[in-house]
Ligand binder design. Structure first.
Ligand SMILES: [Zn+2]
Length: 662
């Protein structure tokens, strides 16, 4: 029981000037939920503070003290009843994984990421029932999950109707809170908790928010008969948390600056990124740049992303998946997922009806990894919905949602490191990236860097690789010590990514030249002009490199290295296998320019010769033989045109062109 002294103590606490100031501000903002900071009360009176947590059900007397303070600031009397005193900033946060039956009925503080939010529905606080026999009213406060009916009327009647108009309702919303990705034990399915928000807490959080919630843990009875209950938290107070930054002490800073001054810095960091994976230095360099990122520009008229996206495509058995796993360990906010996710929300977001029929907005992996790194394995297996929706967040950093009455914009400022398998098992060097990977060109072109990992036999390389693998096994993986220990590497990356480097004149000129050169290569008869996207990639990568070297300006060397990396990546995916020329068409249209030229020439021949009658295959071959094409090549190209739907075969062995509509 509370003693008089405690109340006095509370009154004197609420007498402080800043409390009155806060109350005045809250009245102006139309808010009525007065949050009492536990640590502040504890400083004022430890006994009162601890009693408040255990006696949370009886915060009524605190409310009385509060009303006293309200009267002093001349709060309108009629609104006094709506005021509620709640506690926040409790000393202990319960991990969602540790929530159990001991918490039932107790005031508990939990943290997590909001994965879904429902639409807003009315919630019954106090029901007014009318006896259908004698019209007598029965007021029943609703405390439990199930609607509580009156027992028996004074007239012995047992049938009632609910007077909706005269009952007390409040806005309500249900959210799902999930364990923070970085707190999730490896390989575990994240735990979730249903949280109900009432009144002025409704619509204060959105999917993807990291929240610290104080509330009372209750039970939700089973939908059908049974004894298995669900936990539900009734929220009292919600606080949105910024992502936890890596703490950098003065001692750390000394080590960071020392490391940053070394000539071999970049190579050291690359060696430390994934010491158990042999080779692939350029891929590791790209990942290093991805982890740091470029400078994002977020102004009203210009929005340029700083996030760097990297795609690894390659044969099974190559190091793609390991690259993803090691990167998830190094990044402070890394979320590992698969293209075909286990949740309905997939990679972006979804709106659907839950079991109780209300619309629920569920955040996908890109939203949950906001301001972090999303590692997508087998991105080629993503759903059709994601295929259509992923372009926007990759470029704009948000997921717009407008479905089932829910309109929202969720943040997804996420860097993507994705892995994809070749469509036909092995990477075919004679066809294009777009043909090799089951991803549309529009998504491919949003990756700043694409790398192909081929499992080609090479005697010398294989010998080194075998020794490397054996070495790891002999030493149980412990022998491969990274030159920069992982905790320091994380701190280094966190520190470096805060730098805002400015482009120097020389760097700009170099990047511009690269852009102009690329445009010139593509300009020759290309159907699709090259966009400014490649220039932006160049800027991002050079900014990332400047950050790695702890510089606040992007030098010519940064730009040169960034362009070199892009050239290397483009030559892996954009090289025209038939002419050996650099061909950006391949990424943009999915076909090398020389192939496009040949297909076009062949189509013109068939079109000209098949106006009246279908042209026999032998005739086409003799026409192309005259131009120096081989027979099998012609037949293969005819197949491509058939597949593309510009030719058809009215009967075997003859072709006709689909005539353009006049
Ligand atoms: Zn009655």
């Amino acid at each position: 029981m509370m003693s008089e002294i405690d109340t006095d103590s509370m009154v004197s606490f609420l007498h402080r000037d800043d409390v009155e100031k806060r109350v005045s501000k809250m009245i102006q903002e139309g808010k009525t939920r007065f949050a009492l900071d536990f640590s502040e009360i504890y400083d004022h009176d430890p006994d009162v503070a601890t009693t408040l947590i255990t006696n949370h059900k009886d915060l009524g007397w605190v409310r009385d003290c509060l009303v006293d303070a309200l009267v002093r600031v001349r709060c309108p009397e009629e609104s006094l009843e709506r005021w509620k005193a709640v506690l926040c900033n409790l000393p202990h946060t319960t991990h969602l994984r540790k929530l159990d039956t001991h918490h039932i009925g107790h005031l508990t503080q939990v943290s997590g990421i909001v994965v879904s939010t429902s639409d807003v529905q009315p919630f019954l606080l106090q029901a007014r029932f009318i006896c259908i026999v004698c019209d007598r009213e029965h007021l029943i406060p609703q405390r439990e999950e199930k609607l509580k009916w009156p027992g028996k009327c004074d007239c012995d009647g047992r049938k009632f109707t609910l007077n909706e108009e005269k009952s007390d309702w409040v806005n309500s919303q249900v959210i799902q809170l999930q364990e923070l990705p970085e707190e999730l034990p490896p390989g575990q399915i994240p735990r979730q908790l249903t949280v109900r928000l009432l009144d002025d807490l409704v619509d204060t959080v959105r999917a993807g928010d990291r929240s610290l919630i104080v509330g009372i843990v209750r039970l939700r009875p089973p939908r059908r008969s049974g004894r298995l209950y669900d936990y539900i938290m009734e929220a009292e107070h919600i606080q949105t948390m910024e992502a936890q930054d890596v703490e950098v002490t003065e001692e750390d800073l000394k080590k960071i600056l020392e490391l940053g001054a070394r000539d071999d810095l970049e190579e050291l960091l690359i060696d430390s990124l994934a010491p158990t994976i042999y080779g692939h230095r350029e891929i590791k360099r790209s990942i290093l740049y991805l982890l740091i990122g470029g400078v994002s520009l977020d102004e009203v008229d210009v929005k340029i992303r700083g996030n760097i996206h990297v795609l690894l495509c390659g044969d099974p058995g190559t190091a793609k998946s390991q690259m993803l796993t090691v990167t998830s360990r190094v990044s402070t906010r890394g979320l590992l997922t698969a293209g075909k996710t286990s949740t309905n929300a997939g990679l972006t977001a979804t709106v659907q009806k839950d079991t109780s029929g209300r619309f629920v907005l569920e955040a996908g992996a890109m939203v949950l990894a906001d301001k972090g790194v999303l590692l997508i394995d087998e991105i080629d297996k993503m759903t059709n919905e994601d295929r259509e929706a992923i372009h926007f967040p990759m470029e704009g950093g948000t997921v717009p949602v407008a479905k089932g009455g829910i309109v929202a914009t969720l943040n997804a400022r996420t860097s993507i490191l994705a892995a994809a398998n070749p469509k036909y098992g092995r990477y075919n060097p004679y066809s294009t990236v777009a043909e090799n990977i089951n991803l549309p060109v529009t998504i491919l072109s949003r990756f700043d860097l694409i790398w192909i990992l081929k499992d080609t036999p090479n005697v010398t390389e294989d010998g080194i690789l075998a020794r490397h693998i054996l070495n790891i096994h002999q030493k149980n993986g412990l022998g491969v010590r990274p030159p920069v220990p992982q905790p320091l590497l994380k701190k280094y990356l966190a520190y470096a990514s805060k730098i805002q480097p400015k482009l120097t004149r020389e760097a700009v000129t170099h990047l511009e030249n690269f852009f102009v050169e690329m445009r010139a290569v593509v300009a020759e008869g290309a159907a699709v002009p090259i966009s400014a996207r490649n220039l932006e990639s160049g800027i991002r990568l050079s900014q990332a490199r400047a950050r790695i070297h702890l510089r606040d300006e992007v030098t010519l060397e940064d730009a040169t290295q960034a362009v070199a990396l892009m050239h290397m990546s483009l030559s892996q995916v954009g090289i025209d296998a038939t002419t050996g020329q650099f061909d950006v068409d391949m990424i943009l249209t999915g076909k090398p320019k020389s192939l496009n030229d040949k297909l076009n020439a062949l189509l013109q021949i068939v079109r000209a010769k098949s106006r009246e009658e279908a042209i026999p295959e032998e005739d086409v071959v003799s026409f192309t033989l005259a131009q120096g094409w081989g027979r099998s090549e012609t037949i293969k190209l005819l197949g491509v045109l058939m597949k593309d739907g510009v030719l058809y075969s009215p009967r075997p062995g003859v072709y006709k062109a689909v005539q353009p509509i006049q």
